[in-house]
Design a protein around this ligand. Sequence first.
Ligand SMILES: C[S@@+](CC[C@H](N)C(=O)[O-])C[C@H]1O[C@@H](n2cnc3c(N)ncnc32)[C@H](O)[C@@H]1O
Length: 421
Amino acid sequence: MARNNAARRRTRLISGTIRKPAGAGQAAADGPFGAAETAITCPRGLEDALASELAALGVPVLSVGDTVVTTLATLHECARWNLRLRVAHRVLWLWGEFWASSPEDLYRGVQALRWEDLLRPDRPLMVRAAVGSGRNGPPAGWVALKCKDAIADRMRSRLGRRPDSGPQPDGACVFVRWADRLCRIYLDTTGEPLCFRGYRRDLVVAPLRETLAAGLLIASGWDGRAPLVNPMCGSGTLAIEAAWIAARRAPGLLRRKFAFRHLRTHDEERWRAELDAARRAVQPVRAVIVAADRDPAAVEAARRNARRADVAEDLRIVVADLDRTPLPGPAPWIVVNPEYGRRTGADEAALLAEYRRIGEFFRRAGPSGRGVVITGHLRLARRIGLRLDRRRTVYNGPIECRLLEFALGGPPSSPATERPI
Ligand SMILES: C[S@@+](CC[C@H](N)C(=O)[O-])C[C@H]1O[C@@H](n2cnc3c(N)ncnc32)[C@H](O)[C@@H]1O
């Protein structure tokens, strides 16, 4: 089969097999639906962090691609990964795939699937689609509508009723990817992306997505025990995610809305047992975690968010300028997400001084600490002036950023230049 070679080149296969059709595998434990290839999406640049999370949960990773890691999972396991994965955005369970050269092929292929076994006519349905770039076919919105019609027609013919459909993820969700004639139909078991944890209702300018914040901490190797300092904390996302990591708290515990809960296969009792197990796994936070911001309104927002996240007692959140941020212990892990102008409109000269001060603050933390910076300002990052230990490109939504790690004991870097880092 002429598969999408470009996509294949971008994908690193971890094991030889990439697909086992739905219906095979653990059918006894999961009704008629067994394990199927499952694509778990994440922020671009944090695929390895997601793969390491899966590995830590004992889940085999099949492949790592651009913004996606694949594994095999039953629908029940998908529910568990929705609850537990910190870096994941969506968990997509492959329900069918076929070749389609025309809209008619697409309609027929979607209609041939046994939707009446999975969807409930009394629950709303949202269909999203993505189409391959560089093709002349219909746009994604049109593809989604065509698939929704095919599903609705199938449901009406089998059950006499069809689900209402709409643009909001309020019920079951289907995701269709149509690229190079290959059409893959997924059940999106998540719906509203997992970055919406439920605690961050108080916002400041330019907040980090929760999944990105968690991924940065995981990617930087913070172990949940070393003292962690988060100057310029804004709404507190990094500190709150750090507390959840330290507490081994499942990131989905505050959420009620998951698309899998609207499927026919959903077993509410089993789901409640998952939630109970996740609650029992929560441990006291032993790491000292400090968050600070010079803006009292940001500190107030961070405190309110921390209360909602149930970690207010585990964090020390203070009003403090960068220079005066408390440094607990001799080897702190300092994580900073400074302003970078793009979304805050901050003045370039002021930012330049600020990035130099970050370097000075890092130096004051002593030689055994670690400095981690996430920024979208690739030129200013050089002004930190310390020897760079590790660098990776990550994306905060559409914004290209760098995750920079500095070993604080190292010699200063060569004089700052205006070259992007
Ligand atoms: C990009 S925002 C951080 C957003 C945060 N990561 C979040 O998810 O909400 C940068 C924050 O740095 C703070 N800030 C800027 N300069 C500062 C300084 N010199 N000392 C302390 N805080 C500062 C701002 O008040 C702002 O809240």
